[in-house]
Design a protein around this ligand. Structure first.
Ligand code: SF4
Length: 247
């Protein structure tokens, strides 16, 4: 069965050539500082909310857990100063989290991996960071370690909602992104029509993926985060666009 995650869908939508390199040819990606930091922050929050006694959940413990996680993987940084900058950013995110959010919350699920068939050929894959069982129903939460974008892409939350509802057989009342840099949240109550539209979009993308033969490049700001710039046939255009646009 073909498996699609929201990240994989986004890669396909942004640049089909990058999709080919990563998912068709299976070319490796380099460790990146942001991915390493993001993994540590997610590990820390999972370990923190797994502590059984709410009184153990102090801001100091949150920072201790971050440092413990950090020792396990220090890849992706250019040098020690670079690593220190990223570690301080992660620590700042944890301090902000401790200030802005309920540390005594008792999540129903933490880092929940789901694979949900949505047709005979296709399954959705996803890892939901956290699910709370709030008074008004299930609450899907996704932590974001990057900066809050000007426009929120809700597809990921809609797909998580579909997967969770089908897995637990219960409706989701709310879905949120928690932006850890500034401590803000973006929340919505997913509507049936929106969930159906998200599934239709996945099925459309699936049909395009299995019929794609050329995998054209699409140059844009996202090229800055692509591991395959050195082999990309559009690299000269990328250099020119970057000089012109400043990204
Ligand atoms: S560098 Fe840009 S255009 Fe080239 S494969 Fe990567 S994302 Fe696509």
């Amino acid at each position: 069965m073909f498996k699609l995650s929201s990240f994989r869908l986004r890669v396909f939508r942004e640049c089909r050539r990058r999709y080919r390199y990563r998912y068709v040819e299976g070319m490796p990606t380099r460790p990146s500082a942001h991915n390493t930091m993001g993994a540590h922050v997610h590990n820390t929050l999972k370990a923190f909310f797994s502590l059984p006694e709410p009184e153990e959940r102090t801001p100091e413990r949150l920072l201790d857990l971050l440092l413990e996680s950090w020792q396990q993987n220090r890849s992706g940084f250019s040098d020690l100063d670079d690593e220190e900058r990223w570690r301080e950013r992660a620590a700042a995110q944890m301090r902000t989290f401790a200030r802005e959010h309920d540390l005594a919350a008792r999540p129903l699920l933490l880092e929940c991996y789901l694979a949900t068939p949505i047709s005979p050929q296709l399954a959705l894959l996803g890892r939901i960071d956290r699910v709370d069982d709030d008074a008004d129903g299930l609450h899907v939460i996704d932590y974001k370690t990057g900066r809050r974008p000007e426009e929120v892409d809700v597809q990921q939350l809609h797909l998580y909602t579909v997967m969770l509802e089908r897995s637990l057989g219960r409706p989701v009342a709310r879905a949120s992104y928690l932006y850890l840099d500034d401590g803000t949240a973006w929340s919505a109550c997913p509507q049936r029509r929106e969930l159906e539209e998200a599934l239709a979009e996945v099925n459309t993308a699936y049909n395009e993926i299995v019929n794609e033969r050329d995998y054209p490049t699409t140059v844009g700001r996202h090229c800055s985060f692509c591991d395959y710039q050195s082999i990309c046939p559009s690299r000269e255009e990328i250099v020119g666009r970057r000089l012109h646009s400043g990204w």
